[in-house]
Design a protein around this ligand. Sequence first.
Ligand code: MTE
Length: 325
Amino acid sequence: MSIIIKSASKQDIKSSEITTETDYLNRRDFIKKSGILVSAAWAGGLSLPASAKSSDYGNDYPGLKKTAYGKGENLTSFKDATTYNNYYEFGTGKKDPAKKAVNFKTDPWSITVEGEASKTGTFHLEDILKHAQVEERIYRFRCVEAWSMTVPWVGFSLADMLKRFEPTSKAKYVQFETLYDPKQMPGQVRRVLDWPYRDGLRIDEAMNPLCFMATGIYGRDMPNQNGAPIRLVVPWKYGFKNIKSIVKIKFMEHEPVCTWNVTGPKEYGFYSNVNPDVDHPRWSQATERALGSNFWEPKTKTRLFNGYGEQVAHLYKDMDLTKYF
Ligand code: MTE
């Protein structure tokens, strides 16, 4: 991938933000190391959630701010979260992404912002990260295939980032797009999905404080198979809305195309909120099995909005959730 960045409009990136290639290549490291002073304090008072093994954690983000989100939840092991993945660009098997994404190149990386916003253009990931308040949040994550995991995500508020692009009043939706690069992504050689992978949110959903842009898990940089270098996490929606390896963000007036919705419109709606009362046409959504649990252990009951109703139920007030599934 080229590191030549073209700006769509002059005000997008200040000249002081344009970097030489060397600065640029070092900047992602610099952003992380600047947390180093706080890290001594963090290392001294290390307190991990009860179920996490300290070896699951890495130290790519020294001084990472921990938050109250999901404190005390039982965490999925790093191994389970990184060896049982859906990432069709690297194959349709659950073990394919861990094996086939090993050499996926995620640095340099840039994101193009288009559509109904004042500040559009192509931005180095580093320039986006420079403004971000990076922190850790533990979120439950529920796949439409009825497995779930709970992971400490590293990242920052989606709303904070989107606001910096100054969406116009016409921006009613936002669409995200994954990289299309069949040379690196062997799964894209076959048309199993309508590439590039795309998904979207209504703008008020996207601006909800829970929405997170994740650049890591377990204090480590995002493993390639989990969507490096940057992916979306919307914890009250099914896993497939959590699009990986994002290269484009588009503000739109109309509901955007979403890959799974166009692939199977009767099975995957635009909203795809976790909902135990609305079954997938081919299986129940009432229960789930946590990754890493044994098959003889009882499944757990799935909760409406994956348990995040207090924060998000208002977004769907007066909507028939069987129609807008
Ligand atoms: N994003 C892209 N680009 N391609 C994909 O195939 N799979 C989705 C989602 N994001 C997918 C994607 C699905 S179905 C799930 S369940 C989650 O990623 C899995 O995320 P994880 O591998 O971190 O568990």
